[in-house]
Design a protein around this ligand. Structure first.
Ligand SMILES: *Cc1c(COP(=O)(O)O)cnc(C)c1O
Length: 523
């Protein structure tokens, strides 16, 4: 959950085993079939082991300088204790397979089982990245076919498949922009324009590469303020702007209606248009980013193309590029001729441009995610992807229509794939956005994204995705309406106590983020 809380919001953690229904607490501390147990290190029972082995004979160590300096401190435990511990922990996870997960900006859609079935085929699952190319022609063809789908859906001529996530894709795209600017060397370009509604990874990426981040305000419609943008860009003949990083649809769930004018102005100034494509789910199959003037865009396969995320799997963030940036994209890339598929691995290889800026990671990318994403694309077809983005937008607008009188909306008009509410409707109730999120957990829902985007007060960003049924949406709507009514009828205490039905109550999220305890230490 994206949330910004302060320590004072966090009541003390109540003792295990108590709840409103059992004020005395259970004797064991357990709650029904939910078992309270200490950390696995605290369960250490020296001498216990999963197997019975005879004591080794006394042998001289022959490890030289790497001889162990002491015991490594693994806990002694019987096998069933270990199995139960991890199985119980796994049952505390919430997942898209367990219930509705309306986390805005994250596209928590169903991961179709056909994807999983294909990814587990031994010919894909058991490959090693150093196998001779002649033995992995099918895998290379799969990467090439997926690349073709991504280029066709975006209208872009080149793609880098290796980035491992959206943020990694941003880094890749901005490194290509930097390489192209260095190659052109017209004048120093230090500034990157970033709208204030951007995902935090956008300014972080620009700053990590040594650019200065210059924020563009939003207008009253929740879009980039075109005049403010032009003022920041300055004189096209002398500007030091390297690029704009724009998300479309943006993180308010709105289509950037001036996007073509923005692209034209950026290009006229000799700068590049980075589009954050994490929200591609709203437009895939309908809009080709190339037609909007985009130079480079990352695609989150783990959002738009249904590969698992949120603890369920690694991400994958291929990046598509325009003609102007194509020579600079990172290696490796897959090429094919009459003899089959090959990899371009260095700037000196056949088929290389000689200008690639380097590599983003070892090997070729997240193969398992490529299989899943291609399975998703091919099982839907172009018409199915068009239908999916249409349904994603329809579902979000259904929530907007049904909840728009219970919660306040900061911007007028319909939304794209996610709906944004603010906290004006909660004013005077003593209930905050955070309280609504916590109460939702008691109702069996993963909360929406809260306090993001930063451009509205007390944001609640809800992305239902296209894979939820009408019945699932109606249940969620009923809960959201009930919570709004409860908040407005003087039940602030109920909300401040929430969640009451979870293994733990409110945690001190600020301390957890600022002073994380990442290692267990014996007392
Ligand atoms: C998810 C997201 C990102 C980052 O993607 P990761 O795969 O989490 O690194 C960037 N921008 C937007 C708008 C996003 O929604």
């Amino acid at each position: 959950m994206n949330s910004q809380t302060t320590a004072k919001d966090a009541p003390a953690i109540e003792p295990a085993g108590t709840s409103p229904a059992t004020p005395l607490g259970t004797i064991s501390g357990n709650r029904g079939l939910r078992i309270e147990e200490p950390l696995i290190f605290e369960q250490d029972s020296p001498g216990h082991c999963g197997v019975d082995l005879p004591e080794p004979p006394a042998l001289a160590l022959r490890l030289g300088g790497v001889a162990p300096r002491g015991r490594i401190g693994l806990p002694g435990l019987a096998e069933p204790t270990v199995v139960r511990h991890y199985t119980r922990l796994s049952r505390n996870n919430y997942a898209i397979d367990a219930g509705f997960y309306p986390l805005g900006s994250c596209t928590m859609k169903h991961n179709p089982r056909i994807n999983e079935k294909l990814a587990r085929l031994p010919g894909f699952a058991d490959l090693h990245p150093l196998q001779p190319l002649s033995t992995v022609q099918g895998a290379l063809e799969l990467i090439d076919t997926l690349a073709h789908w991504l280029k066709t859906l975006t209208g872009m001529p080149a793609v880098a498949m290796s980035p491992a996530a959206g943020a990694h894709g941003e880094l890749c795209g901005m490194m290509a922009i930097r390489a192209a600017l260095d190659h052109r060397a017209d004048r120093p370009r230090k500034r990157v324009l970033v709208p204030e509604s951007a995902h935090g990874t956008n300014p972080a990426t620009a700053a990590a590469l040594g650019f200065t981040v210059d924020t563009i305000p939003a207008d009253a419609r929740g879009r980039v303020d075109l005049d403010a943008f032009k003022a920041k860009l300055g004189d096209p003949a002398t500007t030091d702007v390297a690029a704009i990083m724009l998300t479309n649809p943006n993180t308010c769930g709105l289509f950037e209606t001036d996007i073509i004018a923005i692209a034209e102005a950026i290009h006229q100034a000799g700068a590049f248009f980075y589009c954050d494509g994490a929200n591609f789910n709203a437009i895939v199959g309908r809009v080709r980013p190339a037609d909007l003037g985009v130079d480079v865009m990352h695609i989150n396969l783990h959002k738009t193309f249904s590969t698992p995320h949120g603890g369920g799997g690694p991400g994958s963030g291929p990046v598509v590029f325009s003609e102007a940036l194509a020579p600079f994209i990172p290696l490796p890339s897959v090429v094919h001729d009459r003899d089959g598929f090959h990899l371009v691995e260095t700037n000196d290889d056949d088929g290389a441009t000689g200008l690639a800026f380097g590599r983003m990671k070892a090997f070729h990318g997240q193969m398992g995610m490529f299989v899943r994403a291609l399975a998703y694309a091919m099982s839907h077809g172009a018409d199915g992807l068009f239908q999916a983005s249409s349904d994603a937008v329809l579902n979000a607008n259904y929530l907007l229509a049904r909840l728009g009188s219970d919660y306040s909306t900061p911007f007028e008009g319909p939304c794209m794939h996610e709906v944004l509410f603010d906290d004006r409707s909660l004013k005077g109730s003593g209930v905050t956005t955070l309280d609504i999120a916590k109460a939702l957990i008691d109702e069996g829902y993963h909360p929406m994204t809260v306090y993001f985007p930063l451009v509205v007060h007390g944001a609640m960003l809800i992305e239902p995705t296209e894979t939820e049924t009408r019945a699932a949406l109606d249940q969620f709507i009923a809960v959201m309406k009930g919570l709004a009514e409860r908040a407005k009828s003087g039940h602030a205490d109920y909300f401040h106590a929430a969640p009451t039905l979870t293994p733990r109550r409110r945690l001190d999220e600020t301390a957890a983020a600022r002073k994380p305890v990442l290692r267990w230490k014996a007392n």
